[in-house]
Design a protein. Structure first.
Length: 456
């Protein structure tokens, strides 16, 4: 059964000396495809096959940049759609795009280099570096890194994610949120834990998180744009995210992603992350970073937040790299991720099909039975709201009504059912099979108790 934390598909845990890899529902199929031993397809043939495959998606479905490479050779670098839909600014290969949890392996690289400089130890208590954090004495830095510290996934409620935040702000926010469990006793994917991790790295180095990125990630591989910043700072050409709603889009909810410092805040390009991956494999970041992040089958990095969707994969068996960074989260991106690997392996891959949906309008009473907060795991609640009689937002995902209790998810082309909604308030949300898997049933989210409030 897939992990129920649907909105956190980037679950992997790097550790020193080994990699504990647990793949989320949204990336299971693609990682399986990448691990298969391929039959060699020459570069020119692969480029033609990719061009033919993406043609049905290029006009309306994709918004972002696709990069495909073998070894250090970039074979395909194509952009689609708009970096800014309101202004009709085209996406280009140099458009800085938020990569959500692909930020985390960059944080790991910084940490491994600071460890090499003996700035801190993984066995240090968090309180040694963050004495103001009330739970810091109970956990180690390694537990933050490995998602075993018990820190909730989100430290701020959805309505508190609009303002610029620093690591100091996030430590204060963490003080107001109880741990999910005693550190070291369980595992729960936590972007909140990585924001505390970033605060430790800042304190240990005396530098800001963005300064650490420039010194330890950007310069060793001569990358161009890998930035952590808030919405007040200018980043030329920065992509803004949208939510697809059938044949159109709406602006994604207003967020300042600096609250995800160290966890999901970075803006960059596929070319720059490709350089990071090549540098990691070639030893530019040192042996400890490679050991912490590279699996026997390769690299599989994934990110989703607030309309942005990114993945960066490298297959060890034939050095195939496939990356896509976009500002509109649609199921076609998961199709790309799995099928390009199959094309490279010489398989016959059918043309991608985007489902056609005819939304229906729901009455006020029908909508009232569905709205409210639902538990998406990791201490996080996500709210169901309606933007129109046929269009629902669940967190930052658009759902189109197909009946009074069933919906279509544009992010993964999955059917979504509201359990119990025909006779009263919905008691749960059941995700169906989508582009992230092989036909298996998706996660189930229970309605939050009436006394609960939308929180981390």
């Amino acid at each position: 059964m897939p992990n129920r934390q649907l909105f956190c598909p980037e679950r992997w845990m790097p550790t020193i000396g080994r990699v504990v890899a647990f793949t989320a529902a949204l990336s299971t199929a693609s990682v399986t495809a990448l691990a298969q031993a391929p039959a060699r397809v020459d570069d020119a043939t692969l480029v033609r096959r990719i061009d033919a495959y993406v043609a049905p998606l290029a006009a309306h479905e994709l918004s972002g940049t696709l990069l495909v490479a073998r070894g250090g050779r970039v074979l395909v670098e194509r952009s689609f759609g708009f970096a800014n839909h309101e202004l009709s600014v085209p996406f280009t290969p140099t458009t800085p795009t938020n990569v959500a949890s692909i930020t985390k392996p960059l944080t790991i690289i910084v940490a491994m280099r600071l460890l090499g400089e003996k700035r801190f130890s993984l066995g240090d208590t968090v309180s040694r570096w963050l004495p103001q954090y009330v739970y810091g004495k109970r956990m180690t830095i390694e537990q933050l890194m490995n998602h075993t510290a018990g820190v909730p996934h989100r430290l701020l409620a959805e309505d508190a994610q609009e303002e610029p935040r620093t690591t100091a702000d996030m430590v204060r926010a963490a003080n107001a949120v109880p741990l999910l469990f005693d550190p070291g006793t369980r595992t729960s994917y936590s972007s909140g834990g990585y924001s505390l991790f970033a605060a430790v790295l800042e304190r240990a180095s005396g530098k800001t998180y963005d300064e650490l990125l420039q010194e330890h990630v950007v310069r060793p591989v001569s990358a161009h744009t890998i930035r952590h910043l808030d919405h007040r700072e200018l980043l030329p050409g920065r992509a803004t995210s949208v939510v697809p709603v059938g044949t159109s889009v709406i602006n994604a909810p207003l967020r300042d992603l600096s609250f995800l410092v160290g966890a999901g805040s970075v803006y960059t390009t596929p070319r720059d992350i490709f350089a990071v991956m090549q540098g990691l494999l070639g030893g530019a970041y040192g042996a400890s970073a490679r050991e912490a992040l590279v699996r026997p089958t390769g690299l599989s990095w994934n990110g989703v937040t607030n309309g942005f969707r990114a993945f960066a994969d490298w297959r060890a068996s034939d050095s195939l790299s496939v990356l896509f960074f976009g500002n509109s989260h649609v199921g076609a991106i998961d199709l790309l991720r799995g099928d390009i690997a199959r094309l490279a392996a010489g398989e016959t891959v059918p043309a991608p099909v985007v489902p056609t949906v005819r939304p229906v309008a729901l009455s006020v009473a029908q909508r009232d039975r569905l709205t409210g907060d639902f538990d998406t795991g990791g201490g996080q609640l996500s709210k169901v709201t309606f933007l129109s009689p046929s269009l629902m937002l669940f967190g930052d995902r658009a759902l189109l009504a197909t009946t009074d209790s069933t919906f279509f998810s544009t992010a993964d082309y999955a059917p979504v059912t509201f359990v119990g909604a025909t006779s009263g308030p919905a008691t749960a949300i059941q995700w169906g099979a989508g582009t992230w898997g092989k036909g298996e049933l998706g996660p189930r989210f229970a309605r939050a108790p009436a006394a609960a409030t939308t929180s981390p």
